[in-house]
Write a protein that binds this ligand. Structure first.
Ligand code: FES
Ligand code: CO
Length: 348
């Protein structure tokens, strides 16, 4: 699937930028191939419009915020959050009501500005941990990966990769047969349950306050269609480590990884910096491999393009649900690989 070619994906919320990064002015972002500019109005309410002035096409993100509006850096035209040009300094008595840029849905949640490019099909997911005082929030990563969001989502629910990708951290290399899992699909995602045995390396022993060399991850995790997940891990001593990760689609090959965690322990018990360091190691292990995979993931698996095994079930359910979504909105799956292989056939 080429994400920029499927209009229905524009109807989901994606975290695009941490709110704090907007304190010093507007910022650009590319979402599903669309260049947007995001800013905070005078009340701190986020706004998002097309990053292209309708006068001479300059990038509005190079401009600045004046009151609630964004000012173009080229000739100073101003736009409000609805994309309407509200000021043309050169003709102050003749505001042009035809001057307009496209505006998008914007909201603030969990420390991020979220954007939907078209009417959202489903709200930003509720995360109960965010409002429970028992949990602290730790912001972890905001960085670009050269991988498709769907690859990262599949990897999140793939019990078979621990033994190999994570053999240096928590994976059990000598036990490659993955734990059983259970999936409960719903309209815009699924709930996943498993109990995965893992190693408990020295760095984790201290963070988890557990002495044993191995432990179990009781996971009750969620996939939020299309490119969001919450891994909810409970360890045998009751400690909860919930990791929220969004692979916000920049374009067909690139994702912005937005990751934050909720922990049921305290800073005294486990320093946030140490928790981030361990999750950094694990995430780098995933990144190294994921960045080598094709970004044009086939949703329609009937082509036999990729081979599968039983533990691939979560990824296959994702592909099926996404394919059904496309069908529901009258879209067919856009593919780059298919076009390429037809070209190769012609050449040979
Ligand atoms: Fe924006 Fe001229 S290009 S005001
Ligand atoms: Co992994």
């Amino acid at each position: 699937m080429l994400v920029t070619q499927q209009p229905v994906l524009r109807r989901f919320w994606y975290p695009v930028i941490p709110v704090e990064r907007l304190q010093d002015g507007p910022k650009p972002f590319r979402l599903l191939g669309e260049e947007i500019v995001v800013w905070l109005d005078s009340n701190g309410v986020p706004k998002a419009v097309q990053d292209r002035c309708c006068h001479r096409s300059a990038k509005l993100s190079l401009g600045w915020v004046d009151g609630d509006a964004i000012v173009c850096p080229y000739h100073g035209w101003s736009y409000d959050g609805a994309g309407t040009c509200v000021k043309i300094p050169q003709t102050p008595d003749r505001p042009s009501n035809r001057a307009k840029v496209r505006a998008f849905h914007a909201d603030c949640k969990y420390g991020y500005v979220w954007v939907a490019l078209a009417e959202p099909l489903t709200p930003i997911p509720e995360l109960p941990e965010a409002s429970e005082p028992a949990y602290r929030c730790i912001h972890q990563f905001y960085e670009v990966w050269r991988t498709a969001g769907l690859r990262l989502m599949e990897n999140s629910f793939d019990n078979a990769h621990f033994s190999f990708v994570h053999r240096e951290s928590f994976g059990q290399f000598d036990k490659p047969i993955p734990a059983q899992l259970h999936i409960e699909p719903h309209e815009y995602g699924f709930r996943f349950e498993t109990v995965a045995p893992v190693n408990n390396p020295a760095a984790q022993k201290q963070l988890l306050r557990m002495d044993s060399d191995t432990t179990e991850r009781h996971m009750t995790s969620d996939w939020f269609m299309p490119f969001g997940r919450k891994l909810h891990i409970r360890y045998p001593n009751g400690l909860v480590h919930a990791i929220v990760t969004y692979a916000t689609p920049i374009d067909d090959d690139t994702s912005m990884i937005c990751q934050w965690a909720y922990r049921s322990d305290t800073e005294e018990a486990a320093a946030a910096a140490d928790i981030i360091a361990f999750d950094r190691q694990v995430t780098e292990e995933d990144k190294r491999v994921l960045e080598t995979t094709d970004s044009d993931v086939p949703l329609d698996v009937s082509s036999g393009e990729e081979r599968h095994m039983p533990s691939d079930q979560p990824g296959l359910v994702m592909r099926k649900q996404l394919l059904q979504l496309l069908q529901r909105f009258g879209e067919t799956e856009a593919r780059r690989q298919v076009a390429l292989s037809r070209l190769q056939e012609k050449v040979s």
